[in-house]
Design a protein around this ligand. Structure first.
Ligand code: SIN
Ligand code: FE
Length: 295
């Protein structure tokens, strides 16, 4: 099964050693961890944030930088924005505690941005490259992962329960990373050597992209641009009903979000060296495929 289910009711440990080992191994082997019964509960006053008009109309997501408290991408202002930020922060802090309790081996885990995605995914207009309804692995154009730092994401569907069973977030997940990468890697053109230096110098990227970063961006764009691959590649449909949460390595698991509104998401990063099975990390897989050191 691509989805490893856990019957937790609380966002806190302690979790026993066997459960922790099962969670870590499943993640590293490219499965999603699925928590159908530990909802992120909104307070009564927070239900006003179940509103697609909460974004500024430009950004796909509202995002919170927990280090500065800065909220971006929202039309909310003043006291309303402060309460929205507090809701997103409560989610992000809870997700971080949960990851620390469930995956204590990832001790150097870095809490990155927290996002709120209140806009219905289906039927929205996107450019191909920003269309997350197409299968892709995550790679951030402005945020290099250098020596293969991982991208782990925790999601919660906070859509209200509806009597007809609606409100689920619909995803598709694709084939194994190594199978995907073996198809696309030979087609990737080498990037011109001065580019990562230039981007760093111009401030396009936060730090210099490595060969790994360039390759991951090429894989992200290559998959989305390949209409034939999108049509014929293996994919499994997954539904995440209101009240459910899930966690996945989005730099490793090919994924597409097809439908749904009102999801919260917390991103984490940490070094490959912290993994139990580092050879499953995308950078290691790509180094085996290309026969080159990528960082
Ligand atoms: C994505 O990471 O591609 C989108 C996931 C989502 O919003 O459900
Ligand atoms: Fe993605």
């Amino acid at each position: 099964m691509i989805r490893e289910e856990f019957d937790f009711r609380e966002w806190k440990g302690p979790f026993d050693a066997q459960t922790r080992a099962r969670a870590q191994a499943a993640l590293e082997h490219g499965r999603l961890l699925y928590f159908p019964r530990m909802p992120f509960k909104l307070t009564n006053s927070e239900t006003e944030f179940l509103d697609g008009r909460l974004t500024d109309g430009k950004a796909k997501n509202i995002s919170l930088d927990h280090t500065s408290g800065k909220l971006q991408g929202t039309s909310a202002t003043g006291e309303r924005a402060t309460r929205l930020a507090a809701m997103i922060e409560r989610f992000g802090a809870g997700a971080t505690q949960f990851v620390k309790d469930l995956l204590p081996n990832y001790s150097g885990v870095e809490r990155a941005r927290t996002s709120y995605r209140p806009v219905e995914v289906e039927g929205r207009a996107y450019s191909v490259i920003s269309d997350d309804r197409l299968l892709h692995v995550d790679a951030f154009p402005s945020r290099p992962m250098k020596d293969g730092r991982r991208i782990l994401r925790f999601f919660a569907n906070i859509a209200p329960h509806s009597p007809n069973g609606g409100g689920a977030r619909h995803w598709e997940v694709g084939e194994d990373f190594a199978d995907f990468a073996s198809k696309f890697a030979p087609r990737i053109k080498p990037h011109f050597p001065g580019k990562s230096w230039l981007y760093d110098t111009l401030g396009v990227t936060r730090g210099r992209r490595s060969a790994y970063d360039e390759m991951m961006l090429s894989l992200h764009d290559g998959a989305k641009r390949d209409a034939q691959y999108q049509k014929t590649a293996p994919h499994t449909r997954l539904d995440f009903p209101p009240g459910s949460c899930w966690m996945v390595y989005t730099d490793q698991v090919l994924h597409a979000a097809l439908k749904g509104e009102f999801a919260l998401e917390q991103t984490f990063h940490f070094d490959v060296a912290q993994m139990g099975e580092p050879e499953t990390a995308p950078i290691k897989v790509l180094e085996r495929i290309t026969g080159k050191a990528l960082a």
